[in-house]
Write a protein that binds this ligand. Structure first.
Ligand SMILES: [Zn+2]
Length: 505
């Protein structure tokens, strides 16, 4: 039964292809197997959160394809040859290789802390040099590229389809782009496949054209050919890579092989702050490392996926607060469900009560809705709406005093979120631990110790007993300033953090 359903769903997957400018039914080159590549980061510093929108989103794409039953080879590269690496290596007094190695490790730490699934391959440009050189040689042989004094350029006039991805002709591209003025180029839009080493530069690689370095575009094509072949199903990246990077990749690959390079071009939009793209040059970036120091990984993933990947994502105190409030609602319901599940209360019915039956039916249609949303070009906001309608339903069910099936309902509720949260890499945390970790992070952020709070609460209670209300009020105000709320119950005073107030950007 399950198998039949999965095949049906697989056929229904639609993906927006940048090249066609519309959603297309997804079909892989080889049945049941997907070749997928995503442009990874240039590793010369800690990566900022803008770099991770793609990492989080394409992790979901890969997981969803696997959920549908595909075997996926997912390649996510590291650009470890670049001018930025060279410049930074001088600042940090490390060799370019050592510097790249350092930031690859730092990137992997962030990736792991985000609990994303490791790609199948993580190739690096420095480990693909043989293939890069061979590819350039073939392009020269086919008159697609030419050498001028140790530099090799791709000749865009040899590739008539140039501009097909950005849907613009060469004149338009030329008027809209700032092209590098490199001596020897036949056409201003021609781009470098191999760059000759500049005088006094000590970082270079040997090639048939002398000492130099490969161009960025050829690195990705070489890695794709090496790990996935000349034709692939999905090529992902940020929308800022459409031109010239991906346009040039097509020219390199299809120009050489005559084959369709990529069946589906997928581009995620940018993270913006007050309308500007988050980038190093604008100075409005936050590193993933510092974000994760202050906030949980779950919050970042939740924020990213609550927005459709083709829309710009507003990153601000407000949007982060909204995401946190929503996430806290869901996790509190998981804590509640966990408590009910563990409660020793006797079951009043044998799992066939009317409540349970209706709840299961609702879950069934929610399952359908979520699958449809994911299959509709990864429409995560639609799926999130389904998650929240279930949340409200669950709250209603457990408030019903006469509901005999609360335990089963709690169980069903929890396993639903586990199952459909998994492709998103969300909702897999232990709920109580999630709150504990969150509180610890927030207290640490403000440099407040739990012991300190306990002590103030105790002092306040003592003052109250002694009817010293002036003092007890002052202590309460102190806690209030820290966004700590005290509740007085018959068993004593409890305190908790107003978690949504801890967003501090
Ligand atoms: Zn690339």
């Amino acid at each position: 039964m399950e198998k039949v359903k999965k095949t049906v769903m697989k056929k229904d997957l639609k993906i927006y292809d940048t090249e066609k400018g519309k959603k297309k039914l997804f079909e892989s080159l080889s049945p049941g197997y997907v070749r997928m590549y995503c442009c990874g980061p240039t590793v010369y510093d800690y990566l900022h959160i803008g770099n991770f929108r793609g990492a989080v989103f394409f992790n979901f794409v890969r997981n969803w394809l696997e959920f549908l039953g595909y075997k996926v080879d997912y390649v996510y590269n590291f650009t470890d040859i670049d001018d930025k690496i060279l410049n930074r290596s001088k600042e940090e007094s490390l060799s370019p290789q050592k510097l790249a190695e350092k930031y690859i490790l730092e990137f992997k730490k962030d990736y792991q802390n985000l609990k994303l699934k490791s790609p199948t391959h993580h190739p690096r440009a420095t480990q693909t040099l043989k293939e890069i050189i061979r590819l350039i040689e073939k392009l020269i042989k086919k008159n697609k590229a030419y050498e001028v004094d140790g530099n090799v350029f791709y000749s865009i006039s040899s590739f008539k389809e140039y501009g097909q991805l950005s849907n613009r002709n060469t004149e338009e591209l030329l008027s809209e782009t700032r092209v590098e003025n490199e001596p020897g180029k036949k056409n201003p839009l021609d781009f470098a496949l191999w760059k000759k080493t500049k005088k006094k530069e000590t970082w270079y690689f040997e090639s048939p054209w002398g000492k130099g370095r490969p161009g960025w575009h050829i690195e990705c094509t070489a890695m794709i050919h090496k790990f996935l072949g000349e034709e692939i199903d999905i090529h992902g990246g940020g929308s800022d890579l459409i031109f010239p990077h991906h346009e040039n990749e097509i020219a390199q690959s299809s120009g050489l092989t005559g084959k369709k390079y990529v069946r589906f071009w997928m581009h995620n939009n940018m993270i913006v702050t007050e309308g500007n793209k988050m980038s190093k040059s604008l100075g409005n970036m936050i590193s993933m490392r510092s974000f994760l120091k202050n906030y949980p990984a779950e919050l970042f993933k939740f924020l990213i996926l609550s927005c459709h990947y083709r829309s710009p994502l507003q990153f601000s105190k407000k949007t982060l607060e909204q995401a946190l409030v929503s996430l806290l609602k869901l996790y509190s319901s998981f804590v509640e469900a966990d408590k009910i599940k563990k409660s020793t209360q006797k079951l009043l019915a044998n799992g066939t009560s009317k409540n349970l039956k209706t709840f299961k039916q609702k879950l069934q249609s929610a399952k359908q809705d979520i699958q449809e949303a994911f299959n509709d070009d990864f429409a995560t906001p639609k799926a999130f709406a389904v998650f929240f309608s279930l949340f409200h339903l669950f709250k209603k069910e457990i408030q019903d005093k006469h509901n005999p099936s609360k335990i089963q309902i709690a169980q069903e509720y929890l396993s639903f979120f586990k199952r459909y949260g998994k492709p998103l890499s969300l909702f897999q945390e232990n709920p109580s631990l999630f709150f504990k970790t969150l509180e610890d992070k927030f207290l640490e952020q403000k440099d407040i110790k739990r012991k300190q709070i306990d002590q103030i609460v105790q002092e306040r209670n003592l003052a109250r007993q002694k009817k010293n209300f002036k003092k007890s009020d002052a202590l309460r105000k102190q806690l209030d300033l820290w966004n700590i709320e005290v509740k007085d119950t018959s068993e004593g005073s409890e305190w908790h953090l107003r978690l949504s107030k801890f967003i501090d950007l």
